[in-house]
Design a protein around this ligand. Structure first.
Ligand code: EPU
Length: 421
C-alpha cells in the first residue's frame, strides 16, 4: 500500500492541465461494445478505474490496444462472455454500465449486484426497471443479476430519481432496440451529453440529452469513430479549491467553466477571485475564506463530487456554514478525518455544520473513498505540519498524476510506501 506525505503551508501558484474525464471515459469505453467497428479514444486518463474497465472489457472478449499514451483503440468484433464478475464490480461500481451495451448487442448479461459502498446504499433498481420496461427478464441468482431478452424494444419510462449511470445505461440499451424509447427525469450531467454526442456520431438517433427528457429511436447498427474525451470537471474543480484553501493562485487549463458554474458561484461567494477564459479558469485568493452554505444536487446543481473538498475549504472559513448532501445518504466519511486535523464539524442527518477554525494541523488520516481522499489532500495542503494520507488507492481511481500536478504548483507532496497498513 501507499500513502501521501504532505507538508502543508505553501500557497499553490501556477498553471495545471486538466485530464480527460473519468466519468465520461467509463461509459464511452463500454459503449464501444455497441459496434463491431473499431472505436478510438484520445485523452483517456491513466487511472485505476480505467484499468479496471479495460480488464472487464478484455474478459468479455473485446480487443484493446493502448497504441500511444492516452489513446485507446477498442474493437468488439465478437463478445465471448457476458459476465461482470463480483471481483471487478466490487472495486468499481461503474462496471454495471456493461448491462446496457450487453443487453443491446447480445440480449444477455450477468452482472454482479453491487453491494453498498462507502458513500451509500447505491441500488441499481432504476437500471433494471428500465431494462424490464424494454422487454428484458431480470432474475437475481447467486448475487448476480441475470438479464435476458431477444431484442430489446423501445419503451417509455420515468426515472424515480436522477441517476447518471442509470440514464447512460438505458440510453445505450435503447440505441439498438426496436422502436422508440422515451426516458423522463433523466440526469443532465455533461457526461451524459458527451455519451449521447458520441453515440449519435456512431449513428444513433438520440435527442434531448442534457435535458430531462431523452428520446432514442433504435437503429440497426452503429459504426466506429475517433473521439477525444471531454475534460474532467471534478478534477478541475478540485485543483481550483486547492488554490482557494492554500491562499494561492491557480489556472486550470483545458477545462470548461460552464461545467462547473455552481462551484464557481460558491467560490466567488466565498471571496475568491474567478477569471474565466474560453478554455481555462483561474482562481485567486483574496485573503480569508468566507463561510457559505452549500447543498448538493444533480447537475446543474452543486455536485456531490465536490462536497468533501468544499467541506475542507469551509473548515477554514470565517464563520459557520451548513453543507447539505442531497444525492447520497452517507457521503460524510471524510468528516471524522477532517476533525482529526482540527476541523470543527458536526453532522445531523444529511447536513454538516462546519464552524471555521483558524488552522488545521497535520495528522495521520485515512482516505475512505475517492472524493474524500481529495478532501484530505486539500486539508493537508493548508494544514500546519505534516499529514500522512493513508489508503491512497482511492485517490488513484480518479486523479491522474495528482502528486506531480500539485508539486508543479509548489505543493510539498510525495508518495511513499505505507508501512503502517
Ligand atoms: N439511485 C437509486 N437507484 C438507482 C440508481 C441510483 O436509488 O437505480 C440513487 C443512488 O443511490 C443515489 C442517487 O440515486 O442516491 C444518484 O446516484 P447515481 O445513479 O446518479 O450515481 P452513479 O451513477 O452511481 C455517478 C458518478 C458518481 C457521482 C454520481 C452523482 C460515474 C461512474 N459515477 O454515480 O461519481 O457521484 O453519479 O453525480 O459516473 C466519483 O466519481 O467519485 C463518483 C462517485
Amino acid at each position: 500500500m501507499e500513502k501521501m506525505v504532505i507538508k502543508g503551508g505553501s500557497p499553490l501558484i501556477g498553471c495545471v492541465d486538466v485530464s480527460g474525464a473519468k466519468n465520461a471515459a467509463l461509459p464511452l469505453m463500454v459503449a464501444a461494445m455497441l459496434t463491431t467497428d473499431e472505436m478510438t479514444y484520445h485523452r483517456v486518463p491513466a487511472l485505476r478505474d480505467i484499468k479496471t474497465t479495460k480488464q472487464l472489457l478484455l474478459q468479455l472478449g473485446v480487443q484493446l490496444d493502448d497504441f500511444t499514451a492516452g489513446a485507446l483503440r477498442i474493437k468488439a468484433r465478437e463478445i465471448t462472455d457476458h459476465t461482470a464478475p463480483y471481483e471487478l464490480v466490487k472495486t468499481m461500481r461503474a462496471s454495471v454500465l456493461v448491462l446496457g451495451p450487453l443487453m443491446a448487442r447480445e440480449g444477455r448479461a450477468d452482472v454482479s449486484l453491487p453491494g453498498g459502498c462507502a458513500i451509500g446504499a447505491r441500488p441499481i433498481d432504476q437500471h433494471l426497471k428500465g431494462l424490464e420496461a424494454m422487454g428484458a427478464s431480470i432474475e437475481l441468482c447467486n448475487g448476480y443479476i441475470q438479464a435476458r431478452a431477444n431484442r430489446l424494444r423501445g419503451a417509455s419510462l420515468s426515472f424515480d430519481m436522477k441517476t447518471v449511470t442509470g440514464t447512460e445505461n438505458l440510453m445505450m440499451a435503447a440505441t439498438l432496440a426496436k422502436g422508440t424509447t422515451v426516458l423522463e427525469n433523466c440526469a443532465r450531467e455533461p457526461e451524459v451529453s458527451e455519451l449521447a454526442h458520441v453515440l449519435n456520431r456512431m449513428g444513433a438517433k438520440i435527442d434531448g440529452a442534457g435535458t430531462d427528457i431523452i428520446t432514442i429511436d433504435g437503429v440497426e447498427r452503429l459504426n466506429g469513430i475517433v473521439h477525444e474525451i471531454m475534460p474532467d470537471r471534478i478534477e478541475a474543480g478540485t485543483h481550483l479549491m486547492a488554490a482557494a484553501i492554500t491562499g494561492g493562485d491557480v489556472t486550470v487549463k483545458g477545462c470548461k467553466a460552464e461545467h462547473i458554474e455552481s462551484l464557481l458561484e460558491k467560490l466567488s461567494e466565498a471571496g475568491l477571485k474567478i477569471e474565466i477564459e474560453e478554455n481555462s479558469v483561474r482562481v485567486r485568493s483574496n485573503g480569508g475564506i468566507k463561510s457559505r452554505n452549500a447543498e448538493t444536487n444533480p447537475y446543474p446543481g452543486f455536485a456531490t463530487d465536490f462536497q468533501a473538498q468544499y467541506m475542507a475549504l469551509m473548515a477554514l472559513g470565517d464563520s459557520t456554514c451548513l453543507i447539505s448532501e442531497q444525492v447520497f445518504e452517507n457521503r460524510f466519511m471524510h468528516v471524522q478525518e477532517l476533525v482529526r486535523m482540527g476541523a470543527n464539524i458536526r453532522i445531523s442527518g444529511r447536513t454538516a455544520s462546519v464552524r471555521g477554525v483558524r488552522r488545521l494541523s497535520g495528522a495521520h488520516v485515512q482516505a475512505t473513498d475517492l472524493r474524500a481522499s481529495a478532501s484530505l489532500i486539500l486539508a493537508a495542503l493548508a494544514a500546519d505540519g505534516i499529514t500522512e494520507v493513508h489508503r491512497v488507492y482511492h485517490l488513484d481511481r480518479g486523479y491522474e498524476r495528482i502528486e506531480e500536478k500539485l508539486s508543479s504548483l509548489g505543493a510539498d507532496i510525495r508518495r511513499a510506501k505505507d508501512e503502517m497498513l
